[in-house]
Design a protein around this ligand. Sequence first.
Ligand code: PAF
Length: 282
Amino acid sequence: MEVVKEKARIREIVEEARAAGRIVGLVPTMGYFHEGHLELMRRARAECDLVVVSLFVNPTQFGPGEDLQAYPRDFDRDRGMAESVGLDYIFNPEPSEMYPQGFSTHVEVEGLSDILCGAIRPGHFRGVATVVAKLFNIVPAQRVYFGQKDAQQLAVIKRMAADLDFALEVVAVPTVREEDGLAMSSRNIYLTGRDRDDALVLARALRTAAGMIEAGERDVSEISEAMQGVFDALPSVNLEYIAICDTIYLQPLEELHGEVLIAVAARVGKARLIDNMVFEVE
Ligand code: PAF
């Protein structure tokens, strides 16, 4: 596996592979890999001839006062993990390679970027959409892999890819969980002591919703109230939102029908956590 730092070099590698008729997969990441990342990489490895993982802690998606400096980083460990699943290249640019002096163009996915997490983290999805659009141009893969755990990010990226006519397939990979149900995230490293147990409340609330839907409940407010009750039982956790919405426009639903996203966000100690489940409701 080769580490590539320059945009021009990785583009050349991918263009040559494509010219030779090979299918190229891209897994965009900010590093500090866990099983969730490895699952994206394994899926890409199984479906593509050449796989590139990009590792770039993108400064433009962090707001003032957020954890850009503290964001966990361990390049050598990440390189070993990517190698263990047989990847071909790590694209690991410096910030100046991605955002040279004078950079002033941004991608804004209107309507999807200022709701839910976007309302709490203004500018976050503009930073995500911008860097992902750049990565799609720099690494012109046919297939790109993202985790379902970041459901809103997934919706923003799918919209952006469709609206800007990127000729690629966005593949959503199911959330990987710890044995006790906690969704894997690089930020779980911030969970120490009691916070680690408290963090389970997100998955618990989602399982409550899942149980109700399975039992035939279709009333959105009943489900939302039951989930709220799960959070109320744990006042140390600061719930930001419970959303019951469609998976494309992320608009609140009045009735459960079709593909339904139930998403939660909460602050647990120093960590801001998100989680979700998608249901196919008859
Ligand atoms: O999900 C992430 O790790 C990041 O938001 C992404 C998609 C790599 C963009 O920086």
